[in-house]
Design a protein around this ligand. Structure first.
Ligand code: HPA
Ligand code: ZN
Length: 333
């Protein structure tokens, strides 16, 4: 049995495995510019965030129907459950689909169909977080929030993703204020490639409750002190950071330094189909590369539930935390 954990930084479109991409391409009559799954995998050599995003958006062409989104989410839940995930807060990128003519309702209802059965089928509770593309205009984000209004019962919060550099959080002040007034939780990617100033903006201008990535906070001691003081969770994605060259190797990853600094860090997979592992694989990889102790792994698992949006269901959070506390590493092997 795997260590119980929550996954808080996972883009559902980033779980599109080559095999499913080709199957959906065939079903939907979409042609992909790759000879097959092996050929496609050779394209997974990224130099930075943008080089990944180019492929990530291109492959989404195969996602067309509600069933496609259901199948995608169900495949993720199957894999996540096998790696100990008990709770997942899942990002999706509606603008990447509406721009291709796929209605937002198709996307949300397709995903929700799988997620609503997640607990019963896979033992995984879920929430959905709608991300705005920060390299698109803020007006488009606002239109997306408006278009999502009939589906808000499926959505727990909003996030901000895509190309970070040159697209600071401040531009999204109004749409985040509107999201808050609709009762949505708020998170944002910041400090993945962008500077510490973007993390300050996400906190102070957007009012986010969690920072996705947040790696570059370490460049600013005052910011680290603020994040520690307020126990702001950071959803760190070590395999993503290596693949997108934010850090050179996993051995160089500052995860352990972040924990030692008192930051509330969690470990996540980001886009597991592209970055070489799901969240359980990521725990194993950082354990090896950074020589983390069992108690440090347990702390990361505890943090994941502490940082989750389970405030409406504290009993469930307590149950998950109790599972972490009683987890026997030696029995699990
Ligand atoms: N960063 C920004 N945008 C993204 C990512 C990421 O790691 N994955 C999918 N969209
Ligand atoms: Zn991400």
């Amino acid at each position: 049995m795997a260590l119980p954990k929550a996954e808080l930084h996972l883009h559902i479109e980033g779980t599109l495995e080559p095999e499913l991409a080709f199957a959906l391409a065939e079903r939907n009559g979409v042609s992909l510019p790759y000879a097959g799954t092996e050929d496609l995998r050779t394209a997974y050599l990224f130099s930075d965030l943008q080089s990944f995003l180019d492929l990530y958006y291109a492959l989404m062409a195969v996602l067309r129907t509600a069933d496609d989104f259901t199948e995608l989410a169900d495949a993720y839940l199957t894999r996540a459950a096998a790696q100990g995930v008990r709770h997942a807060e899942i990002f999706f990128d509606p603008q990447a689909h509406t721009a291709r003519g796929v209605p937002i309702g198709t996307v949300i209802e397709g995903l929700a169909h799988a997620l609503d059965r997640g607990e019963e089928r896979h033992g995984v509770s879920t929430q959905l977080i709608m991300c705005f593309l920060r390299d698109e205009p803020a007006e488009s984000a606002m239109e997306t929030l408006d278009a999502a209004k009939p589906y808000l019962h499926h959505i727990a919060g909003v996030g901000l993703d895509s190309a970070e550099a040159g697209h600071p959080p401040a531009g999204f002040r109004e749409v985040y204020a509107a999201a808050e007034s609709l009762g949505l939780r708020k998170v944002a990617h910041a400090g993945e490639e962008g500077p510490p100033a973007y993390i300050w903006e996400a906190l102070d201008i957007l009012g986010v409750e969690r920072i996705d990535h947040g790696l570059r906070a370490l460049e600013d001691p005052e910011l680290v002190a603020r994040l520690v003081r307020d126990a702001v969770p950071l959803t760190v994605c070590p395999l993503s950071n290596v693949r997108l060259r934010a850090v050179d190797t996993l051995e160089d990853h500052p995860l352990r330094a972040m924990m030692d600094a008192g930051l509330l860090v969690t470990v996540n997979s980001d886009d597991p189909a592209y970055f070489g592992g799901y969240v359980g694989d990521t725990f194993h990889a950082v354990r090896e590369a950074l020589a983390l102790s069992q108690e440090q792994l347990r702390e990361l698992a505890r943090n994941s539930f502490r940082a989750s949006f389970l405030d409406h269901d504290e009993l469930r959070r307590e149950r998950y935390l109790a599972e972490v506390d009683s987890y026997d590493f030696d029995a699990a092997g």
